[in-house]
Design a protein around this ligand. Structure first.
Ligand code: ATP
Length: 235
């Protein structure tokens, strides 16, 4: 579904991604793990066209997207939930969800989709008229994921959804990510520093260090890999 081929991305003279190649098959949950500053967020920004690649190619369902603008990429079916949630704090939960439908061509089933995300996250239904900025960190993450779902993505890109959240909330959010993957056949590409949780959720994983992909394997093999255990799982 998604193919990155030898991607180089720069910030000025600084090369953040170095010949990165990643594949995500339709229906999978794939995770990209790595330390702070490894280049994980840059990978997502490059896929979305926010920080375009200087070299290399990206294909989504066979269509080259590396030279496309972000709004076009979104209309093709890719949606990102950025790090730090970035909901609209002054808008209500419902208004935030409506913003997620902005680029959608088919506006017919919006109400049904709002009910779907309220079903996934019942707390958001209770808080539908409350300003986004008054929600807890976990609830804001739920809203950020829900807003992305309102665009009806076929591929959902998640940037560190666990960041700064309590273990119980992380567990709850990861379970719902699994449900989204299974119930609506949404393919998931998950960037995480929380390698343990991410690998338990994912089918396959990539390890990134200093802008390079250093390991690629099934999530199960990565969980049992001695180098991964030592560097990322604290074992
Ligand atoms: P984190 O978990 O902290 O988000 P990351 O793995 O997502 O880390 P990136 O944010 O992609 O890493 O950063 C990769 C490299 O690019 C780092 O060296 C970072 O300092 C640099 N970088 C990121 N954004 C910019 C920017 N806007 N301008 C210049 N350098 C940047």
């Amino acid at each position: 579904m998604l193919e990155l081929r030898n991607i180089d991305t720069y910030y000025g003279n600084i090369q953040a991604l170095k010949s990165v190649s990643i594949d995500v098959e339709e229906g999978e949950i794939v995770t990209l793990i790595g330390a702070n500053g490894a280049g994980k967020s840059t990978t997502l920004m490059t896929i979305c066209g926010v920080t375009p690649a200087r070299n290399g190619e990206i294909y989504f369902k066979g269509t080259p997207i590396h030279a496309m603008k972000t709004d076009k990429i979104v209309t093709l079916g890719i949606c990102q939930v950025p790090e730090g949630r970035r909901i609209f704090p002054g808008m209500s939960v419902l208004e935030n969800l409506e913003m997620g439908t902005f680029l959608r061509r088919d506006k017919s089933d919006i109400q049904k989709d709002i009910e779907y995300v309220f079903d996934l996250f019942p707390i958001l239904a209770q808080r539908r008229n409350q300003a986004g900025g008054t929600l807890s960190g976990g609830e804001q993450q739920m809203l950020a994921i829900s807003r992305a779902l309102m665009a009806r993505p076929r591929l959902l890109l998640l940037d560190e959804p666990s960041l700064g959240l309590a273990p119980l909330i992380i567990k709850q959010i990861f379970e719902i990510v699994k449900k989204i993957n299974e119930e609506s056949n949404t393919t998931i590409f998950l960037v995480e520093q929380n390698a343990n949780q991410a690998l338990k959720l994912a089918d396959r994983g990539y390890v990134m260090e200093n802008g390079h992909i250093t390991l690629a394997d099934s999530a199960e093999n990565l969980l049992n890999d001695e180098a991964v255990k030592k560097a990322y799982l604290g074992l």
